[in-house]
Design a protein around this ligand. Sequence first.
Ligand SMILES: [Zn+2]
Length: 255
Amino acid sequence: MRYLVRHLAIVVAALSICIWAAGCKMPAGSRPSAPVHHLGTSGGAIEVDTKELTGKKEITDDPVFYAEEISAEVFERMRGKSYPENCPVDLSELRYLHLAYKDIDGISHDGEMVCNAAIADKLTEIFRTLYENDYPIEHMSLVDDYDADDEASMSANNTSCFNFRYISGTKKISKHGEGLAVDLNPLYNPYVKEKDGTIHVEPESGAAYTDRTLDFDYKIDENDLAYKLFTEAGFAWGGSWKSVKDYQHFEYDPK
Ligand SMILES: [Zn+2]
């Protein structure tokens, strides 16, 4: 027992010196995986892991924004889902993006996206700027996590890009099929089509957000930072279309 107490005292003393030194920099590999908040009173800073406070996961304190080629591991997730058999888009035309994002509570997460190589740099820069400006994004993972079911991905408010498909009734590849379109916070920015007095909404669960005169979180309009960044980078916004409104949708035409 006495040994234990003494041992504890040594540990406490060592920790005190470490804190006093204030430099006590841990090697990069052992840094805490969550941002730390300083909750100290009267000068005594206490570092608290926000992951413990919120219970949220996937937190990073080292946001990264970069593109890489589609690895075998990523392809395995896409195969038969967003990348069907006989997909005419060559894998070499696609890129896997690491995009950090912040949720509405300002917590950082590691996001991922597959896009066309032609817009990889543009998206990397756009999402870096969104991150730096605390632009809220609820979730960002591959549509393959939803079995490439667009409705399921949109209902989960998942921000995504590549999902191979032809424009219905044609042999023309859709912009998402080429990895040239991004759907941002789709639940709150639905696709709306009005025909013969009937309103069709995708995702269906986004029906509450078709009234764009209302004010709500994640809403994209022409005053929105994402709208500004995407359009400045040469993307068209589906919210500007006349026949249908696709408020979540930004697409790029590289030609
Ligand atoms: Zn879209």
